[in-house]
Write a protein that binds this ligand. Sequence first.
Ligand code: FAD
Ligand code: DHB
Length: 394
Amino acid sequence: MKLKKTQVCIVGSGPSGLLLSQLLHNAGISSIIVDRQSRERIQARVRAGVLEWGSVDALDEAGVGRRMHRDGLPHDGFDLIFDDDLHRIDVKALTGKQVMVYGQTELTIELIARRLEQGCEIIFSAQDVQPIDVESDRPKVRYTKIGEMVEIECDYVAGCDGFHGAARQAIPSRVLKTFERIYPFGWLGVLVEQPPVSDELIYASHERGFALCSMRSQTRSRYYVQCPLSDTVEDWSDQRFWDELALRVGADVAGKLRTGDSIEKSIAPLRSFVAEPMRYGNLFLAGDAAHIVPPTGAKGLNLAISDIRILWRALIEHYKKANDTWLDRYSEICLKRVWKVERFSWFMSTMLHQFPEFSGFEKRMQRAEFDHIVGSETASRSLAENYVGLPLEM
Ligand code: FAD
Ligand code: DHB
């Protein structure tokens, strides 16, 4: 067996793990990242597209914001469409803040390149990755690569390995509490090399189901439609997708839609999930490893980034000031914010999707939520305040 040593061993090379590694490096703290996927697979995943300004600031602070400012699109607002009635949420006027439309894929590609350039060891395609001895003060991460077993000894393990990862499983079931809601539908996403239908994002509720018009650049668009969980991408030809999207966004928007051959198509299930606590011994969970939100509020990546900011601050206090108060409070500080963001994502999802079990009453409630937002600046501001990101209270 081969042995390695580092200060913080990070499981997962998604945005959470990579950003943590970058921030630690900037402060002179060493880390090794272990991921079960290949670099190519990680860099090909199409996921989030909207960054809160707090996330933008965090990436700038980490020194990885150059490409984001060059290629990202700052947005002042977005549209809500409910059964063909349109209401713009003027995020900038309501909160004084913007959001940045920028692909998670691009961010991940840049972070991986930067970390490797700086000499960080990222182990891709590792098998049987497992945090061990996390209750002790010498925790380890064990994995196998090309038939050889390796152990990385460290001070702390950061479990940044997403919802299906191994880190959460290292917390005994007598300690771990989980809270979950599975939604009875998924999102079918399509990426296309065509200019976006509108300058801003459009979230549409329609009797045929939810639809979202988003973008990656002035020439590349990202669209989603709600679909049954039993559907597969093979059920959806490009033509079927465009026809369905056009019906759901209404004639005005559909008239401007630029369609084309999809360059990526995938289905994601919708889930709300929280694991408590987010720390066990010297293992800290962050990002999707600890919580999942349905994508409707564009919060998953942003929540991952805020966990990392809190964890980073706690680790800096430990290494630079021998103060463990922040590490001790990590789970409590994160979870307070996590639950507020869970609430917002659940609210947006519940308002805008068709639920097979909803009767006339719940459907009227959905419409009443929309009408309330349209008629009340206070309600619009509350939505906008959540969309741009709640303050990080540390
Ligand atoms: P991940 O990105 O899941 O990374 C985890 C890493 O761990 C992966 O590289 C994986 O290969 C690795 N891993 C897994 N298991 C193991 C193991 N056993 N051992 C080692 N490594 C392992 N969020 C937003 O904020 N805004 C949006 O607009 C938005 N839109 C979304 C749209 C869709 C369709 C989807 C699916 C998600 C969206 N999200 C959005 C959510 C966002 O993508 C996630 O919250 C984000 O990827 C979380 O980052 P992470 O680093 O915590 O986890
Ligand atoms: C995107 C995804 C979301 O979940 C969202 O709310 C907004 C945009 C996107 O992929 O572009």
